[in-house]
Design a protein around this ligand. Structure first.
Ligand code: ADP
Ligand code: MG
Length: 399
């Protein structure tokens, strides 16, 4: 793994100014933060820098103001939540560069924390304008990036700054990079990937990359239907991208050439409508799906076989539920496999890394998330990493 500097490389920072990129793009309802997970993720980094005596300046984006000052998108909307998580007062500064920030730095004492305004109020942020980056850097002595979730963007606060100041990965960034490296960078083999979710089209790059990286690829969810159709299975009225069966075939060919075993369901849970416990619910072989039925989950036999595949593996990376898990009983295969993975991880037999909005929800629903080695909440950045892309915010941190 290419190396990056961490907070371990920092000694006493008394009087130094740390510009810290964090993720404060928090879900809100009626001007209230509804989930402070992202703040809690970066709290250790912020508090550690403060404890080392730094004056900490938080940088983050909030919403999509597109280079304009939009008052409803001030990052100060998150101030109360941030103060509550940190247990410390945080000064709000309505700029990200210039004299106002300089004056704020003059007022702050070592160990104090300030939140700068929404970086995306300035056009130069998303354009990665070197002038804006220089202006921000002028008020800092070091740069810490703790926002893996924004690392797939080459913006002034996620990429540009890293070239202008001594740059460090924060604790949450460090944990994410180590987990991702353990999952796909330099993993213990055999490696198994689970890819599910609704559509092949949204995960083509993920599938194409994974078949060249992993030993076993488990395909579930709606996207499995496209692969089944490619193999000549009649999937009835299942969600299926019939125009992508050629693409699916190519992915299967690449897998074959790369020595990756692809696992598709051979029994499935079907129903005539997507509703909780519908009267038309039944389990059947993939070759027995009727014209008026849709596949909504991987069947129990296939699910058991998949759990056996996991038992032969040392590493698991998972994105996308195996079925339409929002409604019972179409959560069954996802829940069963999640619990198997959690149990194997707990025994020390498996390293398990998962990410994706619905995936995290499904693993929580299964009560399995806590036992996974690492759960990424990074969304787009996690997916781009699964696609094998270089993330500019990460590359900029590498020495
Ligand atoms: P993530 O957010 O973790 O990346 P996705 O958004 O790709 O995951 O996939 C989740 C969605 O896939 C869920 O809404 C789920 O209902 C849907 N899904 C899974 N299996 C099926 C299926 N067989 N038919 C239709 N939709 C499905
Ligand atoms: Mg989703």
């Amino acid at each position: 793994m290419a190396t990056f500097k961490t907070l371990d490389d920092l000694g006493d920072l008394t009087g130094k100014v740390a510009l810290v990129r964090v993720d404060l793009n928090l879900p809100m309802q009626d001007a209230q933060v509804t989930d402070d997970t992202r703040v809690r993720a970066s709290a250790p980094t912020i508090l550690e820098l403060a404890a080392k005596g730094a004056k900490v300046l938080l940088l983050a984006h909030f919403g999509r103001p597109k280079g304009e000052r939009v008052s409803t998108m001030s990052v100060s909307m998150t101030l109360d939540a941030v103060q509550a998580v940190l247990g410390k007062e945080v000064m709000f500064v309505p700029e990200i560069a210039g004299d106002v920030v300089k004056q704020a730095v003059g007022i702050l004492q070592p160990g104090d924390i300030a939140m700068l305004e929404n970086t995306r109020f300035w056009k130069g942020e998303e354009q990665n304008d070197p002038e804006l980056a220089k202006a921000i850097a002028a008020n800092g002595d070091l740069y810490v990036n703790d926002a893996f979730s924004a690392a797939h963007r080459a913006h002034a606060s996620t990429e540009g700054l890293a070239h202008l100041l001594p740059a460090y990965a924060g604790r949450s960034m460090e944990a994410e990079l180590k987990a991702l490296d353990a999952a796909l960078g330099t993993p213990e083999r055999p490696v198994c990937a689970v890819v599910g979710g609704a559509k092949v089209s949204s995960k083509l790059d993920v599938l194409n990359h994974l078949v060249t990286q992993v030993d076993h690829l488990i395909i579930g969810g709606g996207m499995a239907n496209t692969f089944l159709a490619a193999r000549g299975v009649n999937v009835g009225k299942s969600l299926c991208e019939h125009d992508l069966t050629g693409t699916a075939e190519k992915i299967l060919e690449i897998a074959d050439g790369a020595g990756c075993t692809v696992h598709l369901p051979y029994d499935v849970v079907v129903a005539q409508e997507f509703a909780a416990n519908p009267a038309s619910l039944r389990t059947c072989n993939v070759h027995e799906v009727a014209e008026n039925e849709m596949i909504l989950d991987v069947g129990p036999q296939a699910a058991e076989a998949l759990a056996d595949v996991l038992k032969t593996c040392r590493t698991l990376v998972w994105n996308g539920p195996l079925g339409a898990f929002e409604l019972a009983p179409f959560d069954a295969a996802t829940v069963a496999l999640a619990r198997s993975a959690a149990a194997l991880t707990k025994e020390g037999a498996l390293i398990s890394v998962a990410g994706g909005g619905d995936t995290v929800a499904a693993l929580n629903h299964a009560g399995a998330a806590d036992d996974f080695t690492y759960i990424s909440t990074a969304g787009g950045a996690f997916l781009e990493w699964m696609e094998g892309k270089e993330l500019p915010g990460v590359v900029a941190l590498l020495g």
